[in-house]
Design a protein around this ligand. Structure first.
Ligand code: BGC
Length: 279
């Protein structure tokens, strides 16, 4: 299966987010990690949030500081209100403020609907949806307190919700996950509507199949890869950097007039590839 492996890395303009402070939740692996590193490359100071795996998170923070910016790893469970509030307070204390929130932390607990436990349903909703809400709420409070600082950004703050193609594509065996991402879509749009008059931009990135630990079973055998390629018109699996680059662009003033949008980064997965023939 082709990927971007081996292709030269795309250079991120080093001053794009200079002087901005970013928080990325779930940033010790996968898409969150790549996003945190990319924000650092763009000149932002970065808080790397994690819930388990301190060593990995500290390594990510270390990698980010190689870009000449500040970084730190903060432990917090995004589905725990007190921990989210404490994390945001700590960031304001140690970094001065927050300019960019990437609400990325998410998980899957897959099961056929008739076998899904209440706990599996609840866990996914708690982390993927409630967790994003709590982080967005706390970030928005700080954006409102501080307001626009024109030398830093045209916006008072930017919130980027990590959604999924499954905010619109139903997904058998994953009803909890699909429901959580459908919720993220409407949460994002409502927050965008509510906060836009305060110059806060809320948007979402909706990844398709990205090669990360969350979907290993979709790419780790040749048969799985073949199945997957039927769903991707662009005929390659995505890399975490594909998502990270989109987040950096969306967070920057290049996209200052983009409010309440979902940017699908999916190689065309949402284009109903089954209809490439027939219909
Ligand atoms: C899921 C992955 C899946 C992809 C495309 C993502 O949101 O987390 O497991 O491969 O959607 O179906």
């Amino acid at each position: 299966m082709s990927s971007t492996e081996g292709a030269p890395q795309i250079a991120i303009p080093a001053h794009l987010l200079k002087g901005q402070k970013a928080l990325v939740t779930g940033a010790n692996s996968g898409i969150g990690k790549a996003t945190a590193v990319a924000l650092g490359r763009a000149g932002a100071d970065v808080v790397v949030n994690y819930v388990a795996g301190r060593e990995a998170a500290e390594k990510v923070a270390e990698e980010i500081t190689a870009s000449g910016v500040r970084a730190a790893a903060y432990e917090a469970d995004v589905s725990d209100e007190d921990q989210v509030v404490a994390m945001m307070n700590r960031m304001v204390q140690e970094f001065g403020t927050i300019d960019i929130l990437v609400a990325n932390a998410g998980l899957q607990r897959d099961a056929p609907a008739t076998e899904m436990t209440r706990a599996e349903w609840q866990k996914v909703l708690d982390v993927n949806l409630t967790g994003q809400f709590l982080c967005a709420r706390e970030a928005a409070k700080e954006f409102l307190r501080r307001g626009v600082v024109p030398e830093v950004s045209r916006a008072a703050g930017k919130i980027i919700c990590m959604s999924s193609v499954h905010q619109i594509i139903p997904w058998t065996g994953h009803v909890n996950y699909a429901a959580s991402k459908g919720g993220v879509q409407m949460m994002m749009q409502t927050l965008a509507q509510e906060l836009a008059p305060k110059r806060i931009r809320v948007n979402a990135v909706a990844p398709g199949a990205i090669k990360t630990p969350i979907n290993r079973s979709a790419w780790d055998t040749p048969e799985a890869q073949e199945d997957l390629m039927r769903l991707i018109p662009y005929k390659r699996i995505g890399d975490s950097d594909d998502i990270a680059n989109a987040v950096v662009a969306l967070a920057s003033d290049l996209m200052d007039y983009v409010v309440g949008a979902t940017l699908y980064v999916d190689g065309g997965m949402t284009l109903f590839p089954g209809f490439a023939t027939g219909g």
